[in-house]
Design a protein around this ligand. Structure first.
Ligand code: SOE
Length: 390
């Protein structure tokens, strides 16, 4: 670990706690609040104070702030990012707000953590990357919240692959299946409008799968071909039914720079699948399999073992030597989905302390965005293979 960096201008000295403001108090705001509340108790990172929770509706955000441990609530994010006692801005708002808030916060010298996907469009993502680069010169840190990188089993899978235990990676199968939209009566939300969400299952959950493909293999997607489909075209809203303008499901095949090939499938109408991010990686010397619905386990096959002994073994990823696990409970005592956000906050705070650029950076977020855009372009063209720039 490098020597602790001097605090960026406007940031506290190491002895002072970092003040956090979170923008958004729904599902992601709740998950991030839980992480900020616990991170300094379980990990050796700078102390944080949950200063302000921001949301549009004064009463609701005040109630959420009290419940989730925030000192205050507010409705105007612009006033909040101007405060001297706020050093970290955590953006949990819908995608269409990411770019405006992130750029303003970075320009104000605040460290920024933003929920995935980075933004709704390439243009917004590029603006965010430019602001993050300029801020980095001033010691200001930024990161995208692809929280599944912080599932201990997936972080360990990456280590096994990097250590060569799979040999040459040939194939990755990644699927992310949910069913909260399987019911045609499920109501309209901002997640089903292109202008607020950017895309449907593609940006919301295929983005996680694509990030995992690149994270696990350390490789980059070079080409994509894709297909999108909307099964339920209208959904009930407050004023009658409304048109759904995003995909319910997405499929893609991806070529990686190394020559490996990945398939990605994402659906929010996969009846019976609740939150199933499944990843399989096949290499010349071994294979791995993971399912988020059993997130404490990793299956590993060592193909160098004698054929008679070969088979997938189930590793319970709770040993002190496994990533993040040692900070929690004795081995075998499982942690859950919410802990991935605590691990994410841990890595973000460690990067601030050490003056290092955390991963996934906004550049990595933009790279995922380019893959999403290529899948959309290919789907619209109904056959094309689209090359990914950069
Ligand atoms: C909704 O589909 C959602 O909450 C995603 O937005 C999250 O990123 C994923 O972790 C769980 O599902």
């Amino acid at each position: 670990m490098s020597a602790p960096a001097r605090p960026a201008p406007g940031q506290p000295t190491p002895a002072q706690p970092l003040g956090v403001a979170a923008i958004g108090y729904a599902f992601m705001g709740k998950a991030h609040s839980h992480a900020w509340r616990n991170v300094s108790a379980f990990f050796d990172v700078p102390a944080v104070e949950q200063r302000v929770l921001v949301g549009r509706h004064a009463d609701e955000v005040a109630e959420a702030a009290a419940r989730y441990g925030w000192a205050e609530s507010a409705t105007d994010w612009r006033e909040v990012i101007a405060r001297d006692d706020v050093h970290i801005v955590d953006i949990c708002a819908p995608g269409w707000l990411h770019a405006e808030i992130a750029v303003a916060a970075l320009e104000a010298g605040k460290h920024v953590l933003v929920e995935k996907p980075l933004a709704n469009t390439i243009e917004e993502s590029e603006r965010m990357v430019a602001a993050a680069r300029a801020a980095r010169e001033r010691g200001v840190v930024s990161m995208v919240g692809f929280n599944y990188r912080r599932v201990p089993a997936l972080a360990y899978a990456r280590q096994l692959i990097a250590d060569g235990r799979l040999g040459t990676v040939r194939e990755v199968r990644a699927s992310y299946l949910q069913d909260w939209l399987a019911d045609e009566a499920a109501p309209m939300t901002w997640r089903l409008r292109k202008e607020t969400a950017g895309s449907g299952a593609l940006g919301d959950i295929a983005s996680h799968a694509i990030d995992q493909v690149q994270f696990l293999t350390g490789d980059t997607v070079a080409e994509a071909s894709g297909r999108l489909h909307t099964f339920v075209g209208r959904r009930p809203g407050p004023d009658g039914t409304e048109a759904v303008t995003v995909d319910d499901a997405a499929w893609a095949t991806l070529s990686l720079a190394s020559g490996a090939v990945a398939s990605v499938e994402a659906s929010r109408v996969a009846t019976g699948r609740k939150n199933s991010l499944r990843i399989e990686v096949y290499g010349s010397a071994g294979a791995l399999a993971f399912d988020l619905e059993r997130l404490g386990e990793l299956e590993f096959l060592d193909a160098t073992a004698p054929a008679e002994e070969r088979g997938f073994r189930r590793i319970v990823v709770t040993e002190p030597g496994h990533p993040y696990a040692g900070a929690w409970w004795p081995q075998g005592h499982m942690i859950g989905w919410e802990h991935t956000f605590t691990h994410q906050a841990r890595d973000f705070l460690a990067a601030i302390r050490d003056g290092e650029a955390p991963s996934p950076s906004f550049e990595e977020g933009l790279r995922v965005q380019r893959v999403l855009a290529a899948i959309e372009e290919s789907a619209a063209a109904k056959s094309a293979v689209v090359a990914i720039a950069g």
